[in-house]
Design a protein around this ligand. Structure first.
Ligand code: ATP
Ligand code: MG
Length: 459
């Protein structure tokens, strides 16, 4: 992961270093220039000294001829530009006229002059300083410096020292700055995001964290509330059959029950126990689906299921129940093979609960229509009934766990209000869609839409 303080440090350090380099270059330029100034000053002092000495000298020409050394070149020029003497040239008559030299021209015009010339071939700078003597001749002193060498020689050490010092300083400042910049972020109190007084740039982030926290808290509250309700409902639903079972069992145990009632009582106990088993199975199924959805699990045991065959089997199982209620079941299948993908158990729960409800909440003489079709990659399972219907205000609620519109009717027929919750969870788990249309007194239609599974042709 990237470290913010390291990033800030790097940035500040690089900027500081760049500033230092620019400063160093500027310093080099200024110093280079000041070398020129110093050199000219030295030459001027020297030329003035010579002028002074000349006043007490008898033979000017021989005195000037004795001047000059390795570092200092002396040239004596006539007012017409002819070179009379040059300490570097044995025969000055071969030299060209010097009137065009700017320092000579300046001395002739103003009494003194100076200039510098850079020789590319030698890589040298030569400084010239001139003075017009009282006899109208011009005395010129010059000295040369290797430009690069001069700069390096005089400037390298200070530059290196300054660089090292400033780099160290930049590192310290960058460290301090990055720590200071990052500190408010490190000190954020994420438990109370909006109470932090920190950079305006991260306020949106804090607001987002705050909203998400609030959402999370309310979700946790809701989940806890749901769990409490669920536990209460489960124990309530289990208590009723248990009371019946223990009541009749007690009658039999204490011998209060007449022998001829024993069969009837055992049947009641058997039925209640069966009801309890169904309830426990439903609870397990729904908890299982709940967990898988919460964990975002990919549906396990995926297999292609022929929805037509599965529906036919379920209808067969429910025919006796429908006959009891005098309800007719009509099946319509677009084809004999319509495939979807899913764990068969989940599909079975969905279809079974929908058809069971359509029978249970029907009138005697009513009918249930089951339709399986496929259109443009969408498989539809449609269960319609001519039953009591569901009022609009209950149409969302019926999918909640343990919700029954008419508790006594559900209970009389063995229902606990878990069926549609299982359907909803199953549909969600499979990534399918659910639609309920219902008119009280007319009937209900519930449609589940799956994406079709196209079996790969065998090669
Ligand atoms: P369980 O299915 O757990 O045995 P149940 O049938 O009461 O019990 P659900 O299947 O979840 O529970 O249905 C919840 C409620 O929705 C039912 O009590 C009933 O009031 C209403 N309901 C469900 N299906 C229909 C339907 N086809 N027509 C009218 N009302 C229905
Ligand atoms: Mg049901």
């Amino acid at each position: 992961m990237k470290s913010l303080s390291a990033a800030v440090f790097r940035m500040v350090f690089l900027v500081a270093l760049a500033v230092v380099l620019i400063c160093a270059a500027f310093m080099a330029w200024v110093l280079y220039d000041s070398i020129g100034i110093k050199e000219q000053r030295d030459l001027r002092n020297e030329v003035l000294l010579i002028e002074q000495s000349l006043s007490s000298v008898d033979n000017r020409a021989s005195y000037i001829s004795s001047l000059g050394n390795e570092n200092l070149r002396v040239t004596w020029i006539e007012a017409e530009g002819t070179v009379l003497f040059d300490s570097r040239v044995a025969n000055p008559t071969t030299m060209e006229n010097h009137l065009d030299r700017p320092e000579v021209a300046a001395a002739l015009a103003d009494g003194s002059g100076q200039s510098s010339r850079y020789s590319n071939t030698l890589g040298e700078v030569t400084y010239y300083n001139t003075l017009r003597l009282d006899d109208g001749t011009v005395l010129r002193l010059s000295s040369s410096q290797n430009a690069v060498y001069t700069v390096l020689n005089t400037l390298v050490l200070p530059i290196i020292l300054v660089l090292v010092a400033v780099a160290a300083l930049a590192a310290v400042i960058a460290g301090l700055m990055s720590r200071r910049l990052v500190q408010p972020i490190n000190n954020l109190d994420l438990d109370k995001p909006l109470e932090n007084v920190v950079y305006s740039e991260i306020t949106p982030l804090l607001q987002r964290i705050s909203t998400q926290r609030a959402n999370l808290e309310s979700q946790v509250d809701e989940a806890a509330q749901r769990r409490r309700e669920f536990t209460a409902n489960v124990s309530h639903e289990l208590k009723t059959p248990l009371t019946v079972i223990s009541g009749y069992a007690e009658l039999m145990k204490t011998g209060v029950a007449k022998p001829e009632d024993i069969k009837y009582f055992s049947e009641l106990i058997y039925n209640e126990a069966g009801h309890m088993r169904e309830l426990v199975e439903d609870i397990l199924a729904i908890s299982h689906l709940d967990e898988s959805i919460a964990n975002d699990d990919e549906p396990k045991e995926l297999s292609e299921v022929n929805l037509v065959k599965l529906t036919q089997r379920i209808v067969q199982r429910l025919i006796p129940y429908a006959q009891q209620g005098e309800v007719r079941i009509e099946e319509t299948f677009q084809r004999s093979d319509i495939f979807v993908r899913g764990p068969e158990g989940v599909l079975n729960e969905i279809i079974y609960n929908l058809i069971e409800n359509a029978i249970r909440y029907n009138h005697s003489g009513g009918s249930v229509r089951v339709l399986v079709s496929e259109d443009a990659g969408v498989v539809r399972l449609k269960v319609s009934d001519t039953g009591i219907g569901i009022a609009p205000e209950y149409q969302d609620k019926v999918f909640e766990r343990f919700y029954c519109v008419d508790r006594s009717r559900s209970r009389d027929t063995g229902g606990t209000g878990l069926g549609l919750a299982i359907v909803k969870h199953g549909v969600q788990y499979l990534g399918a869609h659910l639609k309920l249309e219902s008119t009280p007194g007319v009937g209900t239609t519930i449609t589940v839409e799956f994406s079709a599974y196209v079996p790969r042709p065998c090669l």
